[in-house]
Design a protein around this ligand. Structure first.
Ligand code: NAD
Length: 314
């Protein structure tokens, strides 16, 4: 009676952590990715290197029968990447989502999980009340990455309405932790700041914007716990997964500097900051018993040393 799960994007940051968790939970897991896992060997029972932009590869990935499909594969990065690779995101991620959901619809699976993003929401004013999941409409995402995610959500929901499978759709907040992308232009803010602080020899780092943008970050183990709770639940509507801890970028710099035990002065420079403010309801995921264990201090205490170690050995 072992459950079988297919994890698309299993070579990436969150996908590789999810594979480890599913195996620990007793699943038989096939991981699929266009590349081998970057940081550690895969814990999947089977790992297939395949380009899911190809419909035949997506169909082949589903051969063998699965109870659950976890779709995390995406052409993905932080704000620097999102604002410079619009056509790449619209083309590549859209093809992956179209192909995997179509293949899953014909494979007789029980549940289809999609990793969406809080980038589907509009920008917010400081002090504005929380946005609930329903407030994604009328839609006004800040970037094409958010629009592509909305399209993917709607595609998954439409197949679910046809009765092909049950949909589970999570909108992730910014995720960080060990084994996340930390250099190369696709890294997100926490990893980029950890790298810059680790590299700094004169006590300064350049940071995009003016430090006032507000964000929330979720540690990868907590995010994976939220994914598992959502998939096991009966909630088929899109569901935010994040924490209630919000910080300005300036405060994030201070937290990273403190976990590095370094005195750091940020030099604010122009760059792609994204939206100014965030404030999302987590009521839906919390109604499933979700209660994140890591605040930023604890999460960075695990993440900074891992990134500092990468910096030292590269
Ligand atoms: P990641 O880039 O580490 O993982 C994505 C994986 O998809 C990569 O390993 C990549 O090689 C793979 N992939 C890309 N194109 C592919 C293709 N054509 N065929 C097969 N595999 C392909 O990113 P991540 O941070 O682990 O994000 C996982 C998912 O969560 C993504 O869908 C992302 O949009 C979503 N998400 C992440 C965050 C975050 O903060 N990291 C926030 C919101 C949503």
């Amino acid at each position: 009676m072992t459950k079988r799960a297919l994890v698309c994007g299993a070579g990436g940051f969150i996908g590789s952590h999810l594979v480890r968790r599913l195996v620990a939970d007793g699943y038989w897991v096939r991981g699929v990715d266009i590349k081998q896992p970057e940081w550690s060997s895969s814990h999947a029972d089977e790992f297939v290197v395949a380009d899911l932009r190809n419909p035949d590869s997506a169909a082949a990935a589903l051969i063998g029968g699965f109870d659950e499909v976890y779709q995390l594969a995406a052409d993905m990065g932080g704000m620097g990447f999102i604002h410079s690779a619009e056509t790449q995101i619209m083309h590549n991620s859209m093809l992956v989502n179209v192909n995997v959901v179509e293949a899953a619809a014909h494979a007789g699976i029980d549940r289809y999980f999609l990793a969406s993003s809080v980038c589907v929401y509009r920008d917010m004013e400081l002090g504005e009340a929380e946005l609930t999941e329903d407030d994604a409409y009328p839609a006004l995402p800040d970037n094409e990455y958010g629009w592509e995610k909305l399209y993917a959500e709607r595609a998954v929901a439409s197949y679910a309405r046809e009765g092909r499978f049950q949909a589970r759709i999570a909108r992730f907040q910014n995720c960080y932790g060990p084994e996340g992308t930390w250099t190369g232009g696709r890294e997100k803010a926490p990893a980029a700041l950890c790298r810059k602080v680790a590299e700094s020899t004169d006590g300064t780092i350049e940071v995009w914007g003016d430090g006032s943008a507000v964000r929330s970050f979720i540690y990868v183990d907590d995010l994976v716990e939220g994914v598992r709770r959502l998939v096991d639940s009966e909630v088929s509507e899109p569901t935010n997964i994040g924490t209630r801890e919000y910080v300005s970028v300036q405060e994030l710099v201070e937290l990273v500097a403190s976990s590095a035990e370094k005195l750091i002065t940020p030099l604010w420079v122009p760059g792609p900051v994204g939206v100014q403010n965030r404030n999302f309801s987590n009521d839906r995921i919390e109604s499933l018993g979700f209660d994140p264990k890591f605040d930023l201090v604890q999460g960075l205490a695990n993440t900074y040393p891992w990134i500092a170690n990468q910096v030292a050995s590269n």
